[in-house]
Design a protein around this ligand. Structure first.
Ligand code: AMP
Ligand code: MG
Length: 402
């Protein structure tokens, strides 16, 4: 069986994965949620012409021959409009955010004025339109400012609030169940016996899924027995998982334990061999409506495969329009040899040089090494059969840091 290209594998994972249903949440709870509908502004911002400074609202023509002495007929503060009209020879005291009264066509900053009772001397000519924020310069009622499929960030919450949305329609958050496998694994904090190692994959995958807005739960370690793996899978299904991620137990050396356990549960397998490094074996299938990703046990592989397949799958189920993490360009910090038939994702340090980012792949790319993964700021992506590349040449990277 030949290896499937990464892009084809991702297409298969996403085929048939539909956005989940929708719900309405308070804006205060909407950070990281994905909009299920376009949001059109319910109001115009600013709703009127307002002053950008503290000063006097005047008619510019009256101040053309400055100094000019004007009569102060009222005061306008933010939230306290002035009903009157500024006529010839008149001015209104105004503060930032105050609605520019009718008749006035500019604001003169208070620094170039001198007040004396109900008189104000304008010492420099005002310029028509100066220091006025026009009605609607930010946005107008009816304008779609936040599109369906957008994952709301902090600034989007600010904007949605100003558009007058106390609640927003969002997609349900995907539920991601994580299951580890291995007789050798023990939880952190326990004293490993000879031959045992500490379970670590689940912590990264749970955090990765949560960072992508999913509700994630780690179902812990299944022992290398079909019944125990199946029992963990059943628990994940009872919880209502939309996605199940298993790690380990999928290599041929272990007799495809995870695949056999899942097949016994009714798995419809779509692939299990992808032309990817690190990432052998990488499996996908469906158990009814449950999407199943079987990532390798080696920690780095489990993480890279999750970035490549779990992240887009979460985003698709969450209704997000951009499915993959952004790729960027950088320059190589060292020479790289020619690549083979597998798409390579090299752990690399990310620094900033005089002409932009520099990605320097760490010296050992062994897929079990967690310390260099933790230090890496990005993955350098090398397509299958990429030719040798010299330090300084451009490369494509995927950033890892938060
Ligand atoms: P496997 O795919 O089960 O053959 O695992 C490959 C390697 O990854 C083995 O050395 C395992 O001990 C290790 N490994 C598997 N699962 C985990 C895990 N959840 N946390 C840390 N290491 C793991
Ligand atoms: Mg194992």
């Amino acid at each position: 069986m030949s290896l499937m290209p990464v892009a084809d594998a991702l297409r298969q994972v996403l085929a048939g994965a539909e956005p989940l249903g929708t719900e309405t949440v308070a804006l205060d709870d909407a950070l990281g949620r994905v909009l299920a509908e376009d949001l059109a502004a319910k109001r115009t911002q600013p709703p009127d012409d307002v002053s950008a400074m503290d000063g006097y609202a005047v008619r510019a023509a009256d101040t053309a021959e400055a100094p000019a002495v004007l009569t102060v007929i009222g005061e306008v503060a933010a939230g306290h409009p002035f009903e009157g009209k500024v006529g010839p020879g008149q001015a209104a005291r105004i503060f930032t955010g105050g609605v520019v009264p009718a008749g006035a066509d500019c604001v003169v900053v208070q620094e170039v004025t001198e007040r004396d009772g109900d008189r104000v001397t304008i010492k420099r000519p005002g310029i028509n339109g100066k220091h006025i924020r026009r009605k609607g310069i930010d946005f107008s009622e009816g304008q779609v400012l936040l599109a369906r499929g957008r994952r709301l960030d902090d600034r989007d919450l600010m904007l949605a609030a100003s558009m007058n949305y106390p609640l927003v329609p969002v997609h349900r958050r995907p539920k991601v169940a994580i299951v580890g496998t291995g007789d050798e694994l023990v939880m952190p904090g326990t004293e490993p016996k000879p031959g045992e190692i500490v379970y670590s994959n689940g912590f990264a995958l749970t955090a990765l899924a949560r960072g992508e807005g999913a509700e994630a739960r780690d179902f812990g370690i299944a022992r290398d027995r079909i019944e125990d793996i199946a029992a963990h899978v059943r628990r994940a299904r009872e919880w209502g998982a939309d996605i199940l991620v298993t790690s380990g137990g999928a290599s041929v050396g272990e007799h495809d334990l995870v695949q056999r356990a899942l097949k016994a549960e009714g798995l419809d397998l779509s692939f299990w061999r992808v032309a990817l490094r690190p990432g052998r074996p990488m499996m996908h299938g469906r158990l009814g409506r449950l999407q199943v990703l079987g990532v390798p046990g080696n920690p780095v592989s489990s993480y890279v495969c999750s970035v490549l397949f779990l992240v887009p799958l979460i985003r698709r189920l969450a209704g997000q329009s951009d499915l993959e993490r952004a790729r960027e360009t950088a320059r190589l910090g060292r020479d790289l040899p020619e690549n083979d038939e597998r798409e390579d994702y090299l752990r690399a340090m990310l620094t900033f040089g005089a002409d932009g980012p520099i990605a320097t792949p760490v010296s050992s790319q062994d897929s079990s090494l967690m310390a260099p993964l933790s230090r890496s700021g990005c993955l350098v992506i090398r397509p299958p059969h990429a030719p040798a590349a010299a330090a300084g040449s451009p490369c494509v990277i995927l950033k890892l840091a938060l």
